[in-house]
Design a protein around this ligand. Structure first.
Ligand code: 9MR
Length: 565
């Protein structure tokens, strides 16, 4: 019996999945922590499930709604892991998923007072031996200058810093806040100053904005300064010359650090995120806001003058390539952010003239390689001067996407709003599941229709254990939570010298592509939702990454708000 191993929220739907080949309903019981049966019923037969290969039944125990801990569901001779009926865990998850970003910070010591001594570590990449530092980083292919690109977040289990992935992750953290101050009835109070365990927790600025700004400041440093060739364009990424092994704590990395060439995609990412930050910080920190806007406008102009600088897909030694050859979406996103921030006619013409305008590109949720939805979301959420009918059409496109997700999950044994075929489960599926569920949440914001909220919480059920492997993909959450995520510091050494990933870290999840040797050796022939192994070497299924954790943080933050007291 596969359940959300953490908690179902009182007042909301509660459904579990039973694996059973029986063609007729079977009896289920729900016992409380003293072993007393508190509810019982009959399963609903669902039959063969495409994405797992399992024969499944559904157990709907929504009608039992008494808060408590240690519940166990039993059916067909099997028991679930114990779980709670409570809103508390999702409220913790909001902050744990956000804490991931402080843990991933580069260029600053991670302090025990915020993360406990288990997760404290020296600063990485400040030119303290053996680090070569991000202080004066030269170009991989010579460019005649070096840049100081200290700071930012490490991308994932590696210590590269990639503008296109940093951009979407920073945008999402900023959007958590911007949504909360834009949607009627939303609650920004949980996002204020002093809510997170970070060094800026008493500076009078909402902590989630402080955390996002840590990355935005880094992104700004990746822009080629005036007076240099390619001024205004942005370097695609900075990372090690060669891949480092596991484990390598950030301050122990001795590899040379190098800037990859500029790209139009990175330039438009900076334009979009810096424009968004300029808007949000306008009254909070006018000086920073003005600096960010100037950089954004310069980047946008440089991208328009250089519309086709594609990052080399083969530049993948020592770091990921993050190459993307379709830039219509980045142009649309950047124009949308700049227009909503400035109201200027040039950006307006570029937004309304885009083939993606009014949600025409809303074919997936937030994704580093497909950013149209980020522009749509800003247009749909933040007050702006576009025609009301066009804003309404954008929202309709977003709810239409949400409806298609709900149609997909309606037939699944383990509902996950992502894909309907086994082959479609790619690297980072969990990240996309979360990033699609964020759109279900916005559809609820726009319409108030219960089906979307149900879809959001059902997605959390999947990620927290209601899946064919009975696996919670969020560290620290659930009886069988991931322990061995691919990470150079959280490398879970047997001698206890290095920790497991901290609570709230989010594994990339099932990947039918089996893109690493361990996955290939262990998982051949798997059905998509079973193409996963909690092995530290299996980087194509079990790594963490900022763009996945940002989708989860957005989701958990929304779900916490909607969970009542
Ligand atoms: O998330 C990225 C995924 O979309 C790509 O298919 C994959 C292969 O290029 O790379 C993923 O990103 C990784 C990056 O290249 C390096 N840092 C770790 C990232 C997560 O695994």
């Amino acid at each position: 019996v596969k359940v959300n191993q953490v908690a179902y929220v009182p007042g909301l739907a509660k459904v579990a999945t039973l694996v059973s080949s029986s063609g007729s309903p079977v009896a289920w019981t729900l016992k409380n922590s003293s072993g007393t049966t508190v509810a019982s019923g009959q399963t609903t037969v669902r039959g063969a499930d495409t994405l797992s290969g399992d024969n499944v039944h559904l157990i709907d125990f929504t009608s039992y709604d008494t808060a408590g801990t240690g519940y166990v569901l039993s059916a067909g001779g099997s028991n679930s892991y114990p779980f709670d009926i409570s809103a508390d865990p999702v409220k913790r998850l909001r902050y744990d998923a956000l804490a991931f970003f402080y843990h991933q910070r580069s260029g600053i010591a991670i302090d025990a007072q915020y993360v406990t001594s288990t997760y404290a570590r020296p600063a990485g990449h400040l030119n303290v031996s053996p680090n070569q530092g991000d202080n004066n980083v030269p170009c991989r292919t010579s460019c005649g200058y070096t840049l100081d690109v200290r700071g930012g977040w490490y991308d994932a289990g590696d210590q590269g810093k990639y503008v296109v992935n940093g951009g979407i992750a920073a945008w999402q953290l900023l959007n958590i806040y911007e949504r909360a101050i834009s949607v009627a009835g939303a609650d920004a109070s949980a996002l204020g100053d002093g809510k997170m365990a970070i060094p800026e927790r008493a500076n009078g600025i909402p902590d989630v904005l402080d955390e996002a700004r840590w990355e935005v400041e880094f992104l700004l440093k990746m822009q080629v300064p005036d007076g240099r060739t390619n001024a205004g364009l942005v370097h695609h990424k900075i990372h090690d010359q060669n891949w480092t092994g596991l484990p390598t704590r950030p301050n122990q990395d001795s590899q040379p650090r190098l800037l990859s060439p500029v790209s139009t995609a990175a330039t438009l990412n900076l334009a979009a995120v810096a424009a968004q930050a300029a808007r949000i910080f306008r009254t909070i920190d006018p000086t920073f806001s003005a600096r960010a806007l100037a950089a954004a406008e310069k980047a946008y102009a440089a991208a328009k003058a250089n519309p086709n600088r594609i990052a080399d897909p083969n530049d993948g030694t020592g770091g990921g390539s993050y190459s993307d050859s379709t830039l219509t979406d980045e142009f649309y996103w950047a124009a949308a952010e700049l227009y909503v921030t400035t109201g200027s006619a040039t950006y307006r013409t570029d937004v309304t003239g885009s083939s993606l305008y009014k949600g025409a590109g809303f074919t997936k949720g937030y994704d580093w390689g497909w950013t149209a939805g980020l522009g749509d979301t800003t247009i749909a959420l933040v007050s702006n001067g576009l025609p009301a009918a066009d804003i309404a059409a954008t929202r309709t496109a977003m709810t239409g996407f949400a409806d298609r997700l709900l149609t997909q999950v309606a037939t699944q044994g383990y509902p996950a709003p992502f894909a309907t075929t086994n082959a479609a489960y790619y690297w980072g599926s969990n990240g996309q599941v979360a990033n699609n569920a964020d759109v279900l949440a916005l559809a609820y914001d726009f319409t108030g229709q219960e089906k979307y909220r149900t879809g959001v919480f059902q997605t959390l059920d999947y990620l927290l254990g209601r899946n064919p492997l009975n696996q919670s993909y969020i560290a620290g959450y659930g009886e069988k939570a991931v322990r061995n995520v691919h990470h150079r510091f959280w490398a879970n050494q047997n001698d206890g010298s290095l920790p497991i990933a901290p609570p709230g870290s989010f594994s990339g999840g099932p990947n039918a592509g089996l893109d690493d040797p361990i996955a290939q050796a262990q998982l051949a022939g798997c059905k998509s939702q079973k193409c996963f192994i909690d092995d530290i070497g299996a980087y194509s299924v079990n790594e963490v990454a900022i763009n996945w954790n940002s989708g989860l943080a957005w989701l958990a933050s929304w779900a916490a708000e909607k969970s009542g007291t």
